[in-house]
Design a protein around this ligand. Structure first.
Ligand SMILES: [Fe+2]
Length: 417
């Protein structure tokens, strides 16, 4: 690591800006987080339903290939040829009989085994591979794969705990609640941001900003602090989820609460408000649940929109966000239309994700020149972290940093978890 991270407070209420900008720290993250003892979301089984289907994905910035073999088993590998290290698959998705690298046509079976090497025995009696070369020793580098309700996760670590233990019972329950029946892929959205991946992860954990930055949410009752709802973390503060209940406040109460902060939000009007209407589809009264799974995945159920957001870091200073939009396999046309409208509203060309991208970029722009300066995250209090709290705090950010420091091996003495 080029720079040491000095936590000024052992409760992580001060975060030095160097963590958003240093390439050496990013390399450490690759080793200790992305390729370390974490599990990363890779794909949905619904994206590769048939034998031979594949999808390219990422774990941090490590390219991954997810592949369903002829017997229906799902495998995941580092997407890198054993020969010269080229990407074996460059497509986003597809169906194939095998995975052949275009560079020298080394051919891997759907289960990752190396099965063919051109000119292996030489040409016209010359050259070729040594006699002791064994195809079986040079397959694609394999990940451990585990699937939960059709949601596929992987890890490169042999020591990582089981997926269920890594996620904890509450996260497993929320995944099971959203993915309780077969889903259908509706499409993808992508958003590129000039800023560190952790700035977006913090943004997605941070419910304090939601109704202040996003005037649309406040004006139309789609996530304001006056609504019934809250935020919680698992016992290790590794993952966090924010939830809110539909129609649980009044416009008058909201206008009073936001009168000094964002009075203009209530001037917004829609010519056609019909698309805000949520079609009830479950009996728990929830309007939305946004769940952030460490390190890089956000599960979203917001109104009728269902999505998974995967953060794909590119370097210390840039990342891409990929939204996978789904509906249930038995949805009718009206429901599919509502899910797409809701997803577009909050997506990168809509009223929410676009603003989050701007928030990431303005923090990145203003922090890069003073790497030892720190943020101040004390909304909700200092000291030990609670498991459950209200919607206007920085507590889930401090939870993120405590967990981050643990994985990175940089906990301060007496660090608060
Ligand atoms: Fe936001």
């Amino acid at each position: 690591m080029n720079r040491r991270i000095e936590w000024q407070r052992d409760d992580y209420s001060r975060v030095p800006y160097v963590v958003y900008h240093d390439e050496g720290i990013f390399e450490q993250e690759r080793e200790k987080i992305f390729a370390g003892r974490t599990w990363s979301y890779l794909a949905l089984e619904a994206e590769l339903p048939e034998p031979g289907d594949f999808k390219t994905s990422f774990m941090g910035d490590i390219p991954i290939l997810v592949s369903r073999d002829r017997d229906g088993a799902v495998h995941a590998f580092v997407n890198r040829c054993a020969h010269r290290g080229a990407l074996v698959r460059r497509e986003a998705r597809g169906n194939a009989k095998n995975h052949t690298c275009i560079y020298h046509r080394w051919c891997f079976a759907l289960d990752g085994q190396l099965v063919g090497v051109p000119f292996r025995n030489g040409v016209a009696g010359r050259d070729g591979l040594p006699a002791d070369f064994k195809l079986a020793d040079h397959g694609l580098q394999r990940l451990r794969v585990s699937s939960l309700n059709g949601v596929i996760f992987g890890t490169l670590s042999a020591e990582a705990e089981s997926l269920e233990d890594y996620l904890g019972p509450e996260v497993c329950e929320h995944i099971a609640r959203i993915y309780h029946k077969p889903v259908r892929l509706l499409g993808y959205q992508r958003q590129r941001m000039t800023g560190n991946w952790k700035l977006y992860v913090e943004n997605s954990r941070d419910n304090y900003h939601a109704s202040l930055l996003h005037a649309f949410l406040t004006a139309f009752g789609m996530g304001r602090a006056t609504q019934k709802g809250g935020q919680a973390m698992d016992a290790r503060h590794r993952h966090t989820w924010t939830f809110d209940y539909a129609n649980s406040d009044s416009d008058e109460a909201a206008k009073a609460a936001y009168a000094s902060a964002t009075p203009d939000a209530f001037k917004l009007k829609l010519r056609d408000p019909s698309f805000l209407k949520m079609r009830p589809e479950r009996n728990d009264g929830l309007r939305g649940l946004i769940m952030n799974v460490f390190p890089c995945t956000i599960f979203v159920h917001s109104g009728n929109a269902i999505a998974i957001r995967q953060v794909r870091p590119k370097s210390a200073g840039e990342h891409e966000l990929v939204f996978t939009l789904v509906g249930y396999a038995d949805d009718d046309e009206d429901m599919t239309e509502r899910r797409l409208l809701a997803a577009n509203m909050s997506g990168p060309a809509g009223y929410v994700a676009m603003e989050d991208g701007e928030a990431v970029e303005i923090v990145s722009a203003a922090t890069r020149t003073q790497l030892d300066a720190t943020s101040l995250i004390e909304m909700g209090g200092k000291g030990p972290l609670p498991r459950e709290f209200g919607r206007g705090t920085d507590l889930s950010l401090r939870g993120f940093w405590s967990n981050y420091a643990q994985f990175m091996g940089i906990e301060p003495a007496g660090g608060v978890r």
